[in-house]
Each structure stands twice: as structure tokens, then as C-alpha cells.
Design a protein around this ligand. Structure first.
Ligand SMILES: Cc1ncc(COP(=O)(O)O)c(C=O)c1O
Length: 349
């Protein structure tokens, strides 16, 4: 049997972690006999029920393979090609999805400079121009990430304010929740309060960064005309799994007994611990508020490469010397403490 190339846990990304043992066990449990494909199976029905138990009976759920696909099909189901999505310049949708939205949905992203990764109602209002002018794309949606790419979390009040501006201007309110669980754990709120009550129309519920092997869910917390389009958007968007039971079973395991929140809370706690330790080191500065499972720190240049050799991580902003450390559901106190010791050592060198 081949052994792992590198069994060490890193701070590179929460998708560098493996899968939670209960998720793997759930896969083995459903690996019995034959069931219909494409979601017409009892495991998919059961996972959908688990989502409705969290989000209310009006919720619709569509399982997908990955986060890029989940973002794109949700937006494609709601928009026409002459329409545009207002988002933060940092949005994964904008900078890390290789133009998938533009290619597949045909619309345009209106990406705005923002503070701490968060879009505000004023940003949205400022982008609403050219309405009714056929020479301009028509802003028709906002997309935010919760938690954000900078490790910050929109408060319920901030979400409500965005929901209000979306309703006021008839904009589809999309939320990229690749790290939704981390935001829910950080806010200590239930998902109904974070989604349906703030006016979110569709969101990704991320599984991959929360302990699954792969798989995301597109969730519509309330009835919306785009729900009718979603089955077609998902299939033509190449996100319909034929062996759907294996995506569904992973979500069942995550939602069972609150494993999703437990995993997220652990990752968040490790990020807080790491931030607390490194913030006390002279020469290190925390770049953005640490509210979920990511820590962004300004480090002296000389310390970065030696620290990357200790545990892998990414440089986020080369010119500002900002690095990104992501914690996962399986990050341990020892991982954090030994790395923080290394930071102190290398920064002082
Ligand atoms: C904010 C955000 N959205 C979406 C994704 C989904 O990416 P993928 O298509 O790799 O699953 C990621 C992954 O890094 C992310 O950080």
C-alpha cells in the first residue's frame, strides 16, 4: 500500500484537508446495491429533507460537484446574458473561476473595490447605472461571499441591509457560501436567520471545505422563479451527478447531529488561536479582522519562504507582504502552536 506523500497538515487551504471520518463512513454505508441515478434515490431525498429541516419547508436544494459550478448555475438560472452581477473585486467568482460565469452565463461581473472583502449597500447603489440603456449591461444581481475571501463575516444587519437594497432594486441576491458553515458558526445564528430572513435568494452551502470529499449544494431558501430553471441550468452546466447518492450521503453525514457546525467551529477556533498567538509577535500584523477560519498577516519578507518550508501556505498579496493561513476542521492546537513558535523564530531571525 502506498503511504501518504506528506501526512503533515498545512495552512494552505481548507480544501487541502482530507475528508471527515464520518463522511467517509457514510459513503461506505450507501455503497450497497443499486439505486436510481441523477438524484431519484432515497439518500438524495433524505439529504434534501435534512436541508429543509435546517432551512424550512420552502427551501429547494440542488447538489453540485464544486463551488465554481454551484455559483455559476445559480446565477445562470436567474439571469439573462445582457445582465450583470455586482460583486466585490476579491470575489472568488471574479478572480478565481477563470471567467466561468462570463463564459457559461454570458453576463458581466461588475467588480467593485471594497473594504475587508465586504460589499455595502452604498457600493451596490453606486453600480446601478445605465438602467434601461441598451448600450449598458443591466445590473440584475449582487453576489457576496459569506464568509468572505478575506476571512471576514457579514453580520446579520449587514446582510439585511444588502437584502433591502436588492429588494428595492429588484436584484437577485446571491451568496457564495463555500464557507457558509464557518460564517454560521462565527455568528452563532441559525441558517434561516442568515438566509431567508435577510433576503438571500440563492446560496451555495459548501461541503468541500467543511469535511466532505467533494460536493456543494445550491440552496434557495424561499420560492423563486429561478428554482424552475435550476434543473436545466444544473444539467447543462455539467453539475448533475449521475451517482448522486454519494454527494447526498456526504451531506447527510455533515448535517447529522450538527457535524457541519462542529467542523466549522473547530476551524474558526484554530484561526482565532493562531491569530492570537502571532499578533503578539513583534513585526507581525494581522491584516483583516479574523472572524472565520482564515488568518491574513503582514510578515517581514525574510520570514515568508522559511515559514513556507515549515508548513505550506500561500502569499496573498506579494507587494503588501500579506500571507494567508487557512485552518481546517482537522487543524489541531499543536499544529497552531508549533507554527506560531516557528513564526516567532523566523521573524526574529
Ligand atoms: C469563496 C469561494 N467560493 C467558491 C469556491 C469554490 O471553488 P471550487 O470550484 O474549487 O470548488 C472557493 C474555493 O476556494 C472559495 O474560496
Amino acid at each position: 500500500m502506498q503511504t501518504a506523500v506528506n501526512a503533515q497538515r498545512t495552512f494552505a487551504s481548507d480544501n487541502n484537508a482530507g475528508a471527515h471520518p464520518r463522511v467517509l463512513a457514510a459513503l461506505a454505508d450507501v455503497n450497497v446495491g443499486h439505486v436510481p441515478g441523477y438524484g431519484d434515490d432515497p439518500h438524495t431525498a433524505s439529504a434534501e429533507r435534512a436541508f429543509r429541516a435546517l432551512l424550512g419547508d420552502d427551501a429547494h436544494v440542488f447538489f453540485a460537484f464544486n463551488g465554481t459550478g454551484a455559483n455559476v448555475i445559480a446565477l445562470a438560472a436567474a439571469l439573462r446574458p445582457h445582465q450583470a452581477v455586482i460583486c466585490a473585486a476579491y470575489a472568488h467568482l471574479n478572480v478565481d473561476e477563470c471567467g466561468a460565469f462570463e463564459r457559461f452565463a454570458g453576463g458581466k461581473l461588475l467588480d467593485l473595490p471594497v473594504t475587508n472583502g465586504k460589499l455595502t449597500p452604498a457600493d451596490v447603489r453606486g453600480a446601478l447605472h445605465g438602467i434601461g440603456d441598451p448600450h449598458h449591461v443591466q445590473p440584475a444581481a449582487i453576489s457576496i461571499s459569506q464568509s468572505t475571501e478575506l476571512g471576514t463575516v457579514y453580520t446579520l444587519a449587514e446582510l439585511r441591509a444588502l437584502g433591502d437594497v436588492a429588494r428595492e432594486h429588484g436584484l437577485f441576491f446571491h451568496l457564495d457560501g463555500a464557507r457558509l458553515a464557518n460564517a454560521a458558526a462565527a455568528l452563532g445564528t441559525d441558517l434561516g436567520a442568515m438566509l431567508a430572513e435577510t433576503g438571500v435568494d440563492a446560496c451555495t452551502f459548501g461541503g468541500t471545505k467543511n469535511g466532505m470529499l467533494f460536493g456543494e449544494a445550491v440552496v434557495f431558501p424561499r420560492p423563486h422563479p429561478a428554482v424552475e430553471i435550476m434543473p436545466y441550468a444544473r444539467k447543462s452546466g455539467m453539475q448533475l451527478a449521475s451517482k448522486m447518492r454519494f454527494v447526498a450521503a456526504q451531506f447527510e453525514a455533515l448535517l447529522h447531529d450538527g457535524l457541519w457546525l462542529e467542523n466549522a467551529a473547530r476551524a474558526n477556533a484554530m484561526a482565532r488561536r493562531l491569530a492570537g498567538r502571532v499578533a503578539a509577535i513583534p513585526g507581525v500584523r494581522i491584516a483583516y479582522p479574523v472572524e472565520a477560519n482564515g488568518v491574513f498577516a503582514v510578515l517581514p519578507q525574510h520570514a515568508i519562504a522559511p515559514l513556507q518550508a515549515v508548513r505550506r501556505f500561500y502569499v496573498w498579496d506579494e507587494s503588501a507582504s500579506i500571507v494567508r493561513w487557512m485552518c481546517s476542521f482537522d487543524t489541531t492546537e499543536d499544529d497552531v502552536d508549533s507554527f506560531a513558535d516557528a513564526v516567532a523564530r523566523e521573524v526574529a531571525r
